[in-house]
Ligand binder design. Structure first.
Ligand code: CAA
Length: 377
C-alpha cells in the first residue's frame, strides 16, 4: 500500500489549489453575502481542465482518476463550497453522458461542458414528492413520434438557471416504482421547459437551487440517455460517484475550518490551553479518517471494484464529521466564531446540507447495510 500521491494526483491537486486561490477564495464571502453565482469562476475552472476530470481522453476529457477528482473538489471546497458543488454536479453530468451517451450526445454536450461554454450541467431527479424515495417520482415522459413529451415538476435542482443541459428522470411506463423510468437530456431552450422558484437557503447561497417545470415539454426522442426503462439504475450509478464528490466537498469545508482555528490561535495564543489543543487534535484525527474513507471509495471506483457502499460510508462519515468540525470551530472561536469577521460561520452554514443532498445520511446507511447484509447471506 502506497500513501504517496502519484504524479497525476499531485499535479491536479496543485492545479486545483492554484485555481481556488486565484479565482475563488478572494470572492467566496462576497458571493455568499450577495448572493451571486460564481459564473466566471466555474467557467475558468473548466478552461483550467478541472471540470469533468474523469471524462476519458478519447472523448476529449482530462481522463483523470476519481482520486484526483476527489483531491480537486476538496481544494476548491476549502475556498468556496458553492463553487465546488457546481463543479461536482457538472462533472457528474459529464461523466454520465460520457458513460452512456450516444456518439451524437457526447459530441453535442461534452465539449461545452468541458470547455466552460456551459457554465454548468444539472441533475434533475428530486421532486416535491420524491426526495429520498427517488423511485416515487411522478414526472411523465410520453413518446409522440418524433418527440418525447415531458410533463411534471422537479425540485432542489442545483445550478438550474445556469445549466446548458439537464439530465431529467421521468416515468416511461415500463413498470411501477423504481422500474419504468428513463433519463433524458433537456436543454434550457426546449419548448415547455422553464426554471421556477429559487430557494432562499441558509448555506451554499452562491449555488442557486431551483424548481423546474415541464409543461408538455417537447424534446427529440434521440435525447433518451441510456436504455429506456433503466433510468433508476442510471441515477443510482451516477449518485454512487456523486457521493464521493459530496464527501470531498465536506472534507474541504472541514479543512478550511481547521485552518481558521489554527490561524486564530497563532494570533490569540493566550486562548490556546490544554482543552483547546485536545479539541483541535480530535478534529484533525477525524479529518484524516474521513479523508482515508473517501480515497478508498475513489480508489475502488478507479479500479473497477464495487464501490457503492464504500462511497455511501465515505459520504455519511465525512459529511457528519465535517459538520462536527465546523460546530467545534465556531465553539473554539467563541463569540468571534459567530461573526462574519471569520469564515467559520459561513463554513458552518455551507456544511449543513452536505448530510442531506445526494442522499441523506439515513439513505447512506440503508445502502451500507444492504451491502453487508447481502454479503452475510
Ligand atoms: N447501482 C446500480 N443499480 C442500483 C444501485 C446502484 N448503486 N442501487 C440500486 N440499484 C438497482 C437495484 O439493483 C434494483 O434493480 P432491479 O429493479 O433490476 O432489481 C433497482 O435499482 C431498485 O433498487 P432498490 O430496490 O435498492 O431501490 P429502493 O427504492 O429500495 O431505493 C435508495 C434505494 C438507496 C433508497 C434510493 O432511492 C436512493 O438512493 N435514494 C436517495 C436519492 C438521492 O440521493 N437523491 C439525491 C438527488 S441529487 C441532489 O441531491 C441534488 C443535487 O443537484 C446536488
Amino acid at each position: 500500500m502506497d500513501f504517496t500521491w502519484t504524479e497525476e494526483q499531485e499535479t491536479i491537486r496543485r492545479r486545483a489549489a492554484r485555481f481556488a486561490a486565484e479565482y475563488v477564495a478572494p470572492y467566496a464571502a462576497k458571493w455568499d453575502r450577495e448572493p451571486s453565482f460564481p459564473e466566471s469562476a466555474v467557467r475558468a475552472c473548466a478552461r483550467t481542465g478541472l471540470t469533468g476530470l474523469t471524462v476519458p481522453k478519447e472523448l476529449g476529457g482530462p481522463g483523470a482518476s476519481t482520486v484526483s477528482y476527489a483531491l480537486a473538489i476538496t481544494e476548491i471546497a476549502a475556498a468556496c463550497s458553492s463553487t465546488a458543488v457546481t463543479i461536482a454536479v457538472t462533472s457528474m453530468v459529464a461523466e454520465t453522458i460520457a458513460r452512456l451517451g450516444t456518439p451524437e450526445q457526447q459530441e453535442r454536450y461534452l465539449p461545452p461542458l468541458l470547455s466552460g461554454e456551459f457554465a454548468a450541467g444539472s441533475f434533475a431527479l428530486s421532486e416535491p414528492g420524491a426526495g429520498s424515495d427517488a423511485g416515487a417520482l411522478r414526472t411523465r415522459a410520453e413518446y409522440r413520434d418524433p418527440d418525447v413529451v415531458i410533463h411534471g415538476e422537479k425540485s432542489w435542482i442545483s445550478s438550474g438557471p445556469y445549466a446548458g443541459v439537464f439530465v431529467v428522470w421521468a416515468r416511461t411506463g415500463e413498470g411501477e416504482g423504481t422500474r419504468g423510468m428513463s433519463a433524458f437530456l433537456v436543454e434550457p431552450s426546449d419548448p415547455g421547459f422553464s426554471v421556477g422558484r429559487k430557494e432562499e437557503k441558509m448555506g451554499l447561497r452562491a449555488s442557486p437551487t431551483v424548481s423546474l417545470n415541464f409543461e408538455d415539454c417537447h424534446i427529440p426522442k434521440e435525447r433518451l440517455l441510456g436504455e429506456t426503462g433503466r433510468g433508476f439504475r442510471i441515477a443510482m450509478q451516477a449518485l454512487d460517484g456523486g457521493r464521493i464528490g459530496v464527501a470531498s466537498q465536506a472534507l474541504g469545508i472541514a479543512r478550511a475550518a481547521i485552518d481558521v482555528v489554527e490561524r486564530y490561535y497563532q494570533v490569540h495564543s493566550h486562548r490556546l490551553g490544554a482543552f483547546e489543543k485536545g479539541r483541535l487534535a480530535q478534529m484533525k484525527a477525524e479529518f484524516v479518517a474521513a479523508r482515508l474513507m473517501i480515497l478508498r471509495a475513489a480508489w475502488r471506483k478507479d479500479n473497477g471494484v464495487p464501490f457503492s457502499a464504500k462511497a455511501a460510508m465515505a459520504k455519511a462519515f465525512s459529511t457528519e464529521t465535517a459538520n462536527k468540525i465546523c460546530q467545534e470551530a465556531v465553539n473554539l472561536l467563541g463569540e468571534d466564531g459567530c461573526t462574519d469577521d471569520y469564515p467559520v460561520e459561513r463554513l458552518f452554514r455551507d456544511c449543513r446540507v452536505t448530510t442531506i443532498y445526494e442522499g441523506t445520511s439515513e439513505i447512506q446507511r440503508i445502502v451500507i447495510s444492504r451491502s453487508f447484509l447481502r454479503d452475510a447471506t
